[in-house]
Design a protein around this ligand. Structure first.
Ligand SMILES: [Zn+2]
Length: 262
């Protein structure tokens, strides 16, 4: 009879790496993360330079200025002072965006045709920043490592080796791994709070994500593969909207939908 050992194995892992079990500040959820946040931040900075070497930094003044404004506002809302924040538009036809550990944000130029205004850009940036604040990358890498390497192999290795294996297992610093439904849900709710606190009308989350439901044009398929859309997401956002609108009303600066983007 096949015996499923994964659950006891992983709870044992949680005991062994007790320092790796922690509670996420914004949600109160317990997480298993084997890497330290400072290690993730260092890896994030390294991966960010690699992305900036691979894709040209945009020279589009309007898009750069819009991302700078959104970035400043989201950064203030995130209140994460140990991050060295950077916000960059990279030239790529892909409709995608990411935030690496440490606050290294990139929005591909291919996403801008889908952001009608600054507030919709804030939806994307808020969502990606939320993934980083929640350390979803480190968490996914830790689970991937436990599944692929096993405990006995881990015990004989140094922390930095363990971390290297973790990120190797997750590939590409985890940026392009599909997020789990739970991660997406968490990032949606945290992102909604961040954009509202930043002074952008949270209603833009509905207009933005509705573009990614139903029949998606091929250009956004990549974004959908890492950030699944759908009716469930819209329904969850609608449920969270009254709290987000209250947060927006408390924001010191109201930006509404911000500038219109072309
Ligand atoms: Zn996401």
């Amino acid at each position: 009879m096949p015996v499923n050992t994964s659950v006891p194995l992983l709870s044992l892992a949680c005991c062994l790496f007790f320092a790796g079990c922690q509670t996420m500040p914004m949600t109160g959820r317990s997480q298993l993360i084997l890497s330290s946040e400072s290690e993730e931040i260092a890896l994030g900075a390294q991966a960010y330079s690699e992305y900036k070497a691979k894709y040209p930094v945009s020279k589009n003044a309007e898009r750069n200025a819009a991302l700078a404004r959104v970035g400043q506002a989201i950064k203030a809302a995130a209140q994460k002072n140990d991050y060295q924040w950077e916000f960059t538009v990279l030239e790529s036809p892909e409709a995608n965006a990411f935030c690496l550990p440490g606050g290294k944000v990139a929005v591909y130029s291919g996403l801008f045709p889908y952001t009608a205004n600054e507030a919709e850009l804030a939806v994307v940036v808020g969502h990606e920043v939320a993934h980083a604040l929640a350390r979803h990358g480190g968490e996914r890498a830790s689970w991937a490592m436990l599944q692929s390497v096993g405990l006995s192999a881990l015990k004989t290795r140094s922390e930095s080796e363990v971390l290297a294996i973790a990120y190797g297992a997750a590939t590409d610093v985890g940026v392009l791994l599909p997020f789990s439904r739970r991660d997406e849900h968490e990032a949606d709710l945290m992102g909604l709070t961040l954009m509202a606190r930043a002074g952008y009308d949270p209603a833009a989350a509905l207009s933005f994500w509705k573009k990614f439901g139903g029949t998606a044009p091929s250009a956004i398929e990549k974004f959908l593969s890492t950030h699944p859309g759908g009716d469930a997401r819209i329904a969850d956002l609608q449920k969270a909207m009254p709290a987000a609108q209250a947060e927006y009303q408390r924001a010191a600066t109201k930006r509404g939908l911000g500038a219109t983007l072309r």
